[in-house]
Write a protein that binds this ligand. Structure first.
Ligand code: SAM
Length: 324
């Protein structure tokens, strides 16, 4: 895929976006080009995501197709603001992920879109970046992507900050609503964790319920953290791949992810459940909301003596598991 870059006389380093395994970065380096990597997500390998790329200028950018249109528009703006005029933007992904309809979304930034590689299921699209005057003027800095909506978390309307690609699009997910109306108890001033915090809905409700609580959030997406930092001003963050070291907690709550890209995966949920007993005080509680169809009970039973369903409503179950 990255061999397509050799055909062009590029100036400057190449920005490689969302490449956790470093496959694309290595292919570009193998051609003697300098690489700067950027991802909004922290990686298990210890890289910390950032909400906006470093300023460049870059000769080209390689963008892995993100899961939503909104997130793609954001990435194209971010990349378009740091690739030099005339530089190349490559977007790659599979047909299942929607690469076939991606060219249209690149058009505001690039002169023309060409298909540079077309394997059975994957495609690489390439465009030459327009001059600064002919690109969309709006959106060349992170602040332009900050959205403020209004949510009701149980005590009247609240301003809520979100960014493209953050969970629930500036609103409150129905699973989260079920959990926030069935939160666990903890001793006043206790230490509570919102695992997979997104923009911080559960953390905000816990902070409102007990303003003396020490509210900690775990969230690997730097843009979600940016929003959650504003939505939960007294909260703090623990690193997503060693969060248990920030314990012990009196309560851990979560509406956890069960997808990796577009594929369903229980990996993060299983890891949360496996780590939770060691990260809770004695008598502390893990409370999670998950879709009823998911096989959570065997996972919970491995670490907790008597997990139970406290709410069973629509497609969701709220589970509680006490550490003895
Ligand atoms: C279902 S959303 C819930 C967000 C928020 N708690 C809410 O209810 O609105 C799941 C969140 O998990 C985050 N996430 C993805 N991988 C993760 C990981 N390895 N550890 C913790 N959170 C993760 C996603 O970025 C996303 O914000």
């Amino acid at each position: 895929m990255a061999t397509t870059l050799t055909h062009f006389p590029l100036e400057g380093p190449v920005l490689v976006v969302d490449d956790p395994e470093e496959d694309a970065a290595q292919a570009v380096r193998a051609q003697g080009r300098d690489v700067v990597r950027w991802s909004r997500m922290d990686t298990p390998g210890g890289e910390v995501g950032s909400p906006w790329p470093s300023p460049g200028p870059f000769g080209a950018a390689l963008v892995r197709l993100p899961p939503s249109r909104n997130a793609l528009d954001f990435l194209l703006h971010a990349v378009g603001s740091v690739v030099a005029p005339g530089g190349r933007i490559f977007v790659y992904g599979s047909k299942d992920e929607g690469i076939a309809s991606t060219g249209r979304r690149m058009e505001p930034w690039v002169e023309t879109v060409a298909v540079r590689a077309n394997a059975r299921r994957c495609r690489v699209l390439e465009g030459q970046l327009k001059g600064t005057d002919s690109r969309p003027a709006h959106g060349a800095e992170l602040s332009a992507w900050r959205t403020v909506s209004t949510v009701d978390l149980g005590w009247g309307p609240v301003d809520w900050v979100s960014y493209p690609g953050t969970f629930a699009k500036g609103g409150v997910d129905p699973g989260t609503t079920l959990l926030l109306t069935n939160l666990p108890l903890w001793p006043r001033g206790g230490r509570v964790l919102d695992f997979a915090a997104g923009t911080g809905v559960l953390a905000a409700v816990m902070a409102h319920r007990d303003p003396t609580a020490q509210v900690v959030m775990v969230e690997p997406d730097a843009l979600s953290r940016e929003a959650a930092g504003e939505n939960v001003p007294g909260g703090s963050f623990a690193p997503p791949y060693s969060w248990w070291e920030a314990g012990p907690f009196h309560a851990i709550v979560s509406n956890p992810p069960y997808h990796r890209g577009k594929e369903e995966s229980l990996e993060v949920l299983a890891s949360l459940i496996a780590r939770a007993p060691g990260a809770l005080v004695s008598g502390g509680e893990l409370r999670i909301v998950v879709q009823r169809r998911l096989p959570v009970e065997p996972l919970l039973r491995e670490g907790f003596p008597a997990p139970e369903v406290v709410v069973d409503e629509g497609p969701y179950r709220v589970w509680r598991a006490l550490r003895l």
